[in-house]
Design a protein around this ligand. Sequence first.
Ligand SMILES: NC(=O)c1ccc[n+]([C@@H]2O[C@H](COP(=O)([O-])OP(=O)(O)OC[C@H]3O[C@@H](n4cnc5c(N)ncnc54)[C@H](OP(=O)(O)O)[C@@H]3O)[C@@H](O)[C@H]2O)c1
Length: 372
Amino acid sequence: MSTHAAAIMPAPRARLTVTTLPTPTPAPDEVLVRVRAVAVNPVDWVIQGTSRVTYRWLRTPAVLGSDVAGEVLATGANVTRFRVGQRVFGLATGTDRGRDPLREGAFQDATVLSEQLTTPTPTSLSDEEAAVLPLAVSTAACALFQPAHLGLRTPSAETAGGGAGVVVVWGGSTSVGMSAVQLARAAGYDVVSTASPRNADLVRSLGADAVADHGSRTAVDDLVAAIGSRPVVGAVALGAGSADACIDILARTGGTRLALASTPYSLAGLVGRRRLFPTMIPVFSRIGLATVRSMLRARRRGIRAAFVWGSSLRDDDLGPRLWGEVLPQLLADGRLRALPEPMVVGTGLASLQDALDQQRAGVSARKIVVRL
Ligand SMILES: NC(=O)c1ccc[n+]([C@@H]2O[C@H](COP(=O)([O-])OP(=O)(O)OC[C@H]3O[C@@H](n4cnc5c(N)ncnc54)[C@H](OP(=O)(O)O)[C@@H]3O)[C@@H](O)[C@H]2O)c1
């Protein structure tokens, strides 16, 4: 039996440690990948710190992580799009309900990915650059294109340019936001967005025609003015406080669809505490109450709001469309840039705990990446 090294979370709230695991055999629709670079997402430290409450199905030990870039070691019997040795990147879904968190987590030297959530890495991208995309671009696509959310048309060769209506992306300088701005533009929509002033030009360069400062009291007014009389096809809310701001914008511009990706308050402070109980009780109560309040506000204004689950495209036809058609096309024709820029904070699995801690401490328009 062959084995490989993995960073495991031995128990809920335990720090990551490096151990050896049996290397899995890919199922018929999977590829086994030698992982060369992984990126870190907020959900990784959220799971580590709060899985007893938020990911109750997750059994431990578990391998965390969603973002994988590397090369194919073996292919399952039904895999047609990849060959051994090919450079690929893809979305690892091991922490989702019903998945196997040891076989399918990103933070290990070898993992299995669904063929349908994997795509060839263009020669123009390093593994570190490709690793910034999987969860961000999948979440953005779910928000924009799933019928339960904005239900917009997907990008194709015919959908360049704008004019098909305005998408509001609150939080355009987040990883998900950068993908959302670019995907919406590639699908033919105009985009207005938010960022801190230092990141406004970057978000404009991705295709937003107006970028307000999400820290400013006038951000909602600024975006409503920038939208003018154009029809609004929906909003994607990213970051603390984004839901209510988007509800205000939609109510004032006639938009009716809202995709929510963030909790109303960050869990970073809670995760940093030594004990989860009983500190979590007021924090989760505030989050629950704020969410109910926002949902009621949205409903009163005729806005349909729902939470996005970034890996839910595993179970619908958006997954194969995004990973099999849209991503190769947009990366090839330059309509999608792999952003935010990777910030490589270490090499080797032992660097991953520090990488999670750095992501929790906060980043600005950078993706924390570890080389394996
Ligand atoms: N539901 C899902 O499936 C799913 C999946 C992935 C992510 N998410 C959530 O989506 C959000 C973004 O995740 P990410 O990985 O893209 O984040 P990220 O890259 O870590 O986001 C960092 C950026 O957040 C921006 N930011 C900080 N406070 C903000 C606020 N109040 N409003 C808007 N932007 C703010 C900062 O922009 P400036 O520096 O320009 O201020 C910073 O550049 C997080 O809440 C995350 O938990 C949800």
